[in-house]
Design a binder for this molecule. Structure first.
Ligand code: SF4
Length: 355
C-alpha cells in the first residue's frame, strides 16, 4: 500500500499490478488524487453538450441478459422507425439548438445494412453542421455477422455517409468469463477493441464505456480500464471514458442489489486515476441520476453528458432519465456547486463558458 500511495503522491502512473489494489483505499483518499488529476486537466469546468439520443429500433437478434431495452418478454414493446420518422425527430430537435445526434440501435436482423447506414447520409446532407455520433462496435460487429460486411468496409461506409464519431457502447465488461454470462454471442472484447483501433487509425475519435454493478468483480473493472489504457497509449483516439451504472429493472440477471453511491464514486475516482491518458471522465447522469453525477464532479469526473431529450435504453432498466433534462437545469446545478458550466461540442471543443 505504501508504494501505491507514494506513486499517487508523486503523480506517477499506477502500473497494472498496483491498479488492482486501488479499491482497497477509502473513498476520500481516492477522491483526493482523482480530483487533483481532474483539476490539473480541467480546473473547475464541468462539460456538457446539447444532444439528442435516437434509438431507431429495439428489436434485437442478440439476447444480452443485462439489457432491458430490447423487446423481450419483460419489455414487450417492439418498435422500428422509418428513415422518415428519424428525420422528423432530427428536424424537430435541431430547432431547439441540438448540436449532436447520438444514434444507437438494437441488432435488427430484418433491417438491411443500408437502413443502418443511409440515415447518416440523409442527416448530413440536410444538416452538415450537426455532429453524428453513431454505430457502436457491437452494431458494426452485428453487420459483419448478419451481412458479412468486414469491419473495415463498414468503417469506410460510416465515414463516407457522414458519421463523425463513434459512441462507446457494447464494451460492457471485457473479462471473457463475465462476458459469456451477460452477453454471449455479441461482439467479443478483442473485436470491440479492434474496431475502435480501426476507427482511430482513420484519424477518428470515439468514446469507451464500461457497464458495472451487475455480476462483475472489482478486479474485472480494473482489467477493463487497463485494456482501454493500453489501446489509448497506442492510438490516442478515445475522447472520454463513461462508466455506466447497470440498472436492474427488467433484466434477466439474477442480481437484486443496485450499487450504492460510495461504490459508484470510488469507481469514477479509480477511472480518473487509472485512465491517465483519457482526457475526460463522464458521470453519465442517465444511469446515476443528476445529483450523484454532480457530486461525481468532485471525485474525478468532468462531464455530465448532455441534455439527451429522450432516453430509451437506461430508462427501460429503471433509470429516471426518460425525458432528458434542460440546458438551464445543467447550468444552474453546476453554478450552484461553485463549478463552471461549459457547453462543448462532441469532440470537447468549448462552445460557451457560462462564467
Ligand atoms: S444490449 Fe444491445 S445487443 Fe444486447 S440485447 Fe440489448 S439491444 Fe441487443
Amino acid at each position: 500500500m505504501t508504494t501505491l500511495l507514494k506513486k499517487l503522491e508523486n503523480k506517477e502512473r499506477i502500473d497494472d499490478e498496483l491498479a488492482y489494489k486501488l479499491y482497497d483505499l477509502d473513498l476520500f483518499t481516492l477522491a483526493k488524487y482523482a480530483h487533483e488529476k481532474r483539476f490539473s486537466l480541467h480546473g473547475k469546468k464541468v462539460y456538457f453538450n446539447a444532444n439528442r439520443h435516437i434509438n431507431p429500433t429495439n428489436i434485437c437478434a442478440d439476447t444480452c441478459k443485462f439489457c432491458a431495452f430490447s423487446a423481450h418478454r419483460k419489455n414487450p414493446n417492439p418498435y422500428f422507425m422509418s428513415h422518415e420518422e428519424i428525420m422528423q425527430i432530427v428536424d424537430e430537435t435541431i430547432q431547439r439548438g441540438t448540436k449532436e445526434v447520438h444514434i444507437v440501435s438494437a441488432h435488427n436482423k430484418d433491417c438491411s445494412w443500408q437502413w443502418y447506414l443511409e440515415i447518416f447520409k440523409m442527416i448530413k446532407d440536410k444538416y452538415p453542421q450537426l455532429h453524428v455520433k453513431a454505430m457502436t462496435a457491437a452494431e458494426i460487429d452485428f453487420l459483419k455477422r448478419r451481412f458479412g460486411l468486414e469491419y473495415e468496409d463498414t468503417i469506410e461506409k460510416m465515414i463516407e455517409y457522414g458519421v463523425d464519431s463513434m459512441p462507446g457502447g457494447g464494451a460492457e465488461i471485457f473479462d471473457e468469463t463475465v462476458r459469456i454470462k451477460i452477453c454471449k454471442g455479441k461482439v467479443s472484447s478483442e473485436n470491440w477493441l479492434k474496431i475502435h483501433k480501426l476507427w482511430h487509425k482513420k484519424g477518428r475519435q470515439s468514446n469507451a464505456t464500461m457497464l458495472f454493478g451487475h455480476i462483475e468483480q472489482k478486479a474485472h473493472r480494473i482489467d477493463h480500464m487497463l485494456r482501454l489504457r493500453r489501446l489509448q497509449d497506442e492510438t490516442k483516439g478515445f475522447n472520454a471514458f463513461i462508466p455506466l451504472v447497470w440498472q436492474k429493472d427488467n433484466s434477466f440477471l439474477d442480481v437484486k442489489h443496485q450499487l450504492d453511491s460510495e461504490e459508484i464514486l470510488k469507481t469514477i475516482a479509480i477511472a480518473r486515476i487509472v485512465l491517465d491518458n483519457i482526457n475526460n471522465i463522464k458521470a453519465y447522469w442517465a444511469t446515476m441520476g443528476l445529483n450523484l453525477a454532480m457530486v461525481a464532479q468532485e471525485f474525478g469526473a468532468n462531464d455530465l453528458d448532455g441534455t439527451i431529450e429522450k432516453e430509451s435504453i437506461q430508462s427501460a432498466g429503471g433509470a429516471k432519465s426518460a425525458r432528458g433534462t434542460k440546458l438551464d437545469t445543467f447550468i444552474e446545478l453546476i453554478k450552484t456547486s461553485n463549478l463552471i458550466p461549459v457547453e462543448r461540442d462532441s469532440l470537447y471543443n468549448e462552445l460557451k463558458v457560462y462564467a
